[in-house]
Design a protein around this ligand. Structure first.
Ligand SMILES: Cc1cc2nc3c(=O)[nH]c(=O)nc-3n(C[C@H](O)[C@H](O)[C@H](O)COP(=O)(O)OP(=O)(O)OC[C@H]3O[C@@H](n4cnc5c(N)ncnc54)[C@H](O)[C@@H]3O)c2cc1C
Length: 315
């Protein structure tokens, strides 16, 4: 998610970043200069951003957005970095890292509201242990709940669209919106928010839940996790599925049929366990990964005349 287009802000100034860093320090928001994104992405690649901020409360996010909007300073929003490919040269925007937005789990009948920085795995664990069904489909899904909602993450037949009851979103001017189902327009691996100045930042997500037996939930959760471990490369640096599934088809099957398993560019290689996974063998650059993605698109086009679209977000 990019707040204000970088292209339209070519002359944003270093001085504004310095001011924002000073403000952050004054109000006790952790701030890191020239922070390398490779430290925050599951791919383990990505150059620096001029400033990374780690707000702990959504009111601080509001202040950062208003401050930046006034000075036309573009922002980018980072969750767990598990669906991101960041270029080696780094980016010019200030990054708001949401992983410390953790305060204030709010439970009521039929729903639990989590702060957006909550790891999806932690939210899932919370629901399972309190005997609330709703998020079990997310077994094995890494990243934050905010990132999952922003991209309508899904697996095992479920997705964020099916379990989200409402969310709190901050618009591009710093306005706060409590949004219900009718405001949220979900499509495959995508969310559009109606009536809110875009781009927006999710700061809390409410999950619809139904009461269930914790033991049964735990058994289902463990079974799904095991299946995921069997099918996907475990312990390797990757960002999950690289491509969206074309309607009625699986991108992994297309790439497998096109002989892509094991294809390599530099340190980036197609998993031999799942052809829709690109792995960083430890030496890959973002440029290697990008080049491999382009090669896979061409392979799929030539083999089956299908145009694959990247699922991974590129900064
Ligand atoms: C091993 C592995 C397995 C995976 N399996 C799956 C799977 O089964 N199904 C699936 O759908 N995905 C899968 N993924 C991809 C990824 O984990 C999910 O898309 C995840 O939900 C992304 O969350 P994140 O917090 O890491 O988002 P990030 O990668 O940090 O961000 C992704 C995008 O969301 C935006 N964003 C993040 N947080 C916010 C926010 N609070 N408000 C507004 N925008 C925000 C960012 O700007 C960026 O554009 C997998 C990844 C890995 C590494």
């Amino acid at each position: 998610m990019l707040l204000a287009t970088a292209e339209s802000q070519a002359d944003w100034s270093r001085a504004a970043v310095d001011d924002l860093a000073r403000w952050a320090t004054d109000v006790d928001v952790r701030a890191k200069r020239e922070e390398r994104l490779k430290r925050h992405t599951s791919f383990g690649v990505g150059g620096p951003c001029p400033l990374m901020l780690f707000p702990e409360h959504h009111q601080r996010v509001v202040e950062i957005v208003r401050w930046s909007a006034q000075r036309q300073l573009p922002l980018r929003i980072l969750g767990g970095g598990t669906n991101l490919l960041v270029r080696d040269e780094g980016i010019r925007e200030v990054v708001v890292n949401t992983t410390r937005l953790l305060s204030g789990i709010d439970e009521s009948v039929g729903r639990i509201r989590f702060p957006a920085g909550t790891a999806t795995a932690r939210a899932l664990h919370h629901t399972v242990e309190s005997g609330r069904d709703g998020l079990v489909w997310a077994s094995g899904l890494p990243g934050t709940l905010g990132g999952a909602a922003a991209g309508n993450a899904g697996c095992w037949g479920g997705d964020m669209a099916s379990c989200t009851e409402s969310m709190i979103v901050i618009d591009a001017n710093g306005g706060v919106h409590d949004l219900g189902k009718s405001d949220l327009d979900w499509t495959y691996r995508n969310l559009n928010v109606r009536g809110v100045v875009s781009p927006w930042i999710i700061v809390a997500v409410s999950i619809s839940t139904t009461d269930s037996d914790p033991g049964a939930l735990r058994a289902r959760y463990e079974d799904l996790q095991e299946q995921k471990r069997d099918r996907q490369p475990v312990g390797a640096r990757n960002s999950g599925c690289i491509f969206r599934n074309p309607p009625g088809q699986a991108a992994g099957a297309i790439l497998d049929a096109a002989g892509c398993k094991g294809l390599r560019v530099g340190g980036a290689v197609v998993s031999d366990r799942h052809a829709n996974f690109v792995i960083n063998d430890g030496s890959a650059t973002a440029a290697d990964i990008s080049a491999l993605i382009e090669a896979l698109i061409i392979r799929a086009r030539e083999a089956v005349d299908v145009e694959l679209l990247a699922e991974v977000q590129r900064w």
